[in-house]
Design a protein around this ligand. Sequence first.
Ligand SMILES: NC(=O)c1ccc[n+]([C@@H]2O[C@H](COP(=O)([O-])OP(=O)(O)OC[C@H]3O[C@@H](n4cnc5c(N)ncnc54)[C@H](OP(=O)(O)O)[C@@H]3O)[C@@H](O)[C@H]2O)c1
Length: 424
Amino acid sequence: MKIGILGGGQVGQALWDTIHMEKENILNILGEPLEIKKVLVRDLSKKRDIPKDFLTNNPDEIIYDKEISLIVEVMGGEEPAHTYIKRALEEKKFVVTANKEVIALHGDELHKIARKKGVDIAFEASVGGGIPLIKTIKEAMAVDKVKEIWAIVNGTTNYILTKMEEELRDFEEVLREAQKLGYAEPDPSKDILGLDTKFKLAILSSFAYHTTIKPEEIYTEGIEKISLRDIQYAKELGYKIKLLAISKFYNGEIEVRVHPTMIPLSSPLSSVNGVYNAILLRAEKRGDVLLYGEGAGPYPTAMALLSDILEATHTILYSVPRYYSFAYLYPSKIKPSDEIYTRYYIRLWVKDQPGVLAQIAKILGENHISISSVIQKETSEKEGKAELVILTHKTYEKSMSKAIEEIKLLPILEEWGSLIRIEV
Ligand SMILES: NC(=O)c1ccc[n+]([C@@H]2O[C@H](COP(=O)([O-])OP(=O)(O)OC[C@H]3O[C@@H](n4cnc5c(N)ncnc54)[C@H](OP(=O)(O)O)[C@@H]3O)[C@@H](O)[C@H]2O)c1
């Protein structure tokens, strides 16, 4: 059985190594050897551990090779990966990919082509690295109804937030260290701004709710505005700040959002630290299912790819009927983001004078927001100013947005700090 790989970078190399290291195991599972015929790279002269004879810089040598019946895409990015996958499926080749961007943006289209051509596209490696998330949702949860997803699926942001919290260091300083250690890309914007998490949530939610969630429908905030002060206040109040991917499906409406979230120390997600990922699935019959593990890294990712490859290869070799997922079946109704109903933490600098708290409490009260606690600290840091932290009970996002607009117009406001949603 011959396969081709599009991409010979970190993951492509790890897959090459894994397939060679696991030769015997693979032979036992498949009943015949798995051979990598060609690997597509951009630069043939680059030093790498894949022998030169196996490399090509011409994608057609893999996509249109009649001997190759399965193609693994590990190039990354939307294009040309999306076009190559599409061509491969049209050529009736099975595709296995680690590309969250392509699946989040074009999963629906690619699945339709795959079914029409009698093949399939598998992408376990696109979310959560080595953690078997897609298989769990696609197979184990197929006849249960997933009602909620709570997930930490970006190792870079989780590493930064963990370091800020444990070592009481600023965002910028920890980010620079993460880049030096290889935990953050030279251009970290996709991770920091929450875009990577948004793509992953689009994939997970489409599968969990059997529909199509487009990334642009997901309300998204990154961690770039989280300050050390917020981290310290969260700690003092018994919370941690995590970049959460949240989705819920109730009454025919899907709520999907990605934003920094304060979670209590009693939540199992609060102990997911560093580059680790975790996903909490709340299902109707099964209740809570928690999956935890290494969310990235070339070798865990190669393992996820290999499990998809073995399953697809089995289908090809023994004509086993494919177990298709239920994703993309139904249209989705997305709940408007101003209808989010949650608790809030707000932090602001105000004039240090009597009656300030009463003015803020009045605005919150007029917008039907009830305060659960207030911290006001005397500080010599900013003369004449006091820092105020307010935690609210549950309220609607639209009420909170209106109240903040009004608070920002108050003459007693010196400086706006931050707003973080609290979930339990
Ligand atoms: N790294 C991880 O831990 C991890 C974890 C989970 C998922 N993933 C996903 O896995 C995929 C690959 O990631 P990676 O870290 O292995 O990336 P990478 O190290 O940048 O490797 C990309 C490979 O694709 C080749 N390539 C890129 N564009 C090409 C083009 N237009 N034509 C021909 N070849 C091209 C590159 O060729 P050259 O070598 O010649 O430059 C390189 O070999 C991405 O979708 C990523 O999101 C990665």
